[in-house]
Ligand binder design. Structure first.
Ligand code: ZN
Ligand code: ZN
Length: 296
């Protein structure tokens, strides 16, 4: 069993000969060298990262649910998830992480290597990472819109997507509460977008993918949080979806299918909620009136 001091000895050695690397890059290189097995090194790192981010990001929302002060920001005010409900959901999510996701994570490193992804040091520049992550957000959102919309077709809904709609008033932990088939298919948008990018441009670092997945997890958990604040992101970026967008989807089951942005639902006329329905009705009436005028 390897021990911690062996890791730090590796780190010291790498530091001695690689003065051009920053501390984070040295820690990274030492991890791969210390493990001596890249599949295992990437696998463990990916799984731990996912668990830490998923439950770490859900925790503030659990606390907020317990503080009455925040009630005024709750979108569906009379539906506060009980601690029992949250605990049950956490257990189910954890079970699926260990049974369904863990085996798949071992395929991640071979897939990255197959598509020529860089796992070494030095890291890419911040500007390059930011640009690629912005592209992944757009790609994932498009995939998510169409596949999520397909999940609402009767057979697929009844047999697969219904599980995710158990909670009509969602909360952070419920972001990944879904059938394994759904997790796999929607996950293609999150994991497949960077792989596709890498296959086409042969220029991607796995760290960029980790930062992207972290941001995508924040997006998904926050969208399920059930809270809308005056400082929520969509007030500053009007095309950002956020909780206000996805909460209505859970409440009404129809419309608002996209994940990160509002443009697909806008363009395809699938926006949900009373405001959108009113606009749709007005547009329909105007169209009918125009047609009647033309007929006269
Ligand atoms: Zn849905
Ligand atoms: Zn949802």
């Amino acid at each position: 069993m390897p021990d911690g001091s062996a890791y730090w000895a590796t780190y010291e050695k790498i530091s001695e000969y690689n003065l051009h690397l920053n501390m984070f890059e040295r820690l990274w290189a030492a991890w791969y060298q210390f493990m001596g097995n890249d599949v295992l090194a990437t696998g463990i790192m990916s799984f731990v990262l996912h668990e830490l981010i998923y439950f770490g990001r859900s925790l503030p929302w659990i606390i907020i649910d317990a503080i009455p002060y925040f009630r005024k920001y709750k979108i569906q005010q009379n539906k506060i998830p009980t601690p029992e409900e949250q605990w049950r959901c956490a257990k189910m999510v954890l079970l699926s992480h260990f049974t369904v996701e863990l085996p798949q994570i071992w395929l991640f490193h071979p897939m990255c290597k197959y598509f020529g992804m860089d796992t070494g040091v030095p890291f890419p520049t911040l500007a390059k990472m930011a640009f690629q992550i912005a592209i992944f957000f757009i790609m994932e959102d498009t995939w998510h819109y169409w596949s999520h919309r397909a999940f609402h077709w009767s057979w697929l809904y009844r047999n697969v997507h219904k599980i995710h709609h158990t909670y009509a008033a969602p909360f952070g932990l419920a972001a990944e509460y879904a059938s394994p088939i759904e997790v796999l298919l929607l996950g293609i948008g999150t994991v497949g977008s960077p792989l596709l990018w890498c296959a086409i441009f042969s220029d991607l670092h796995i760290l960029t993918v980790y930062i992207w997945i972290t941001m995508r997890l924040f997006q998904a958990i926050d969208a399920h949080s059930g809270y809308e604040f005056p400082w929520s992101l969509h007030h500053f970026l009007p095309f950002w979806a956020g909780a206000e967008h996805h909460d209505v989807h859970h409440e009404r089951f129809i419309g608002n299918y996209a994940s990160s942005f509002r443009w697909w639902d806008y363009v395809m006329d699938t926006e949900a909620g009373p405001e959108a329905a009113k606009n749709r009705r007005e547009r329909k009436l105007a169209k009918e009136a125009a047609a009647a005028r033309k007929a006269q």
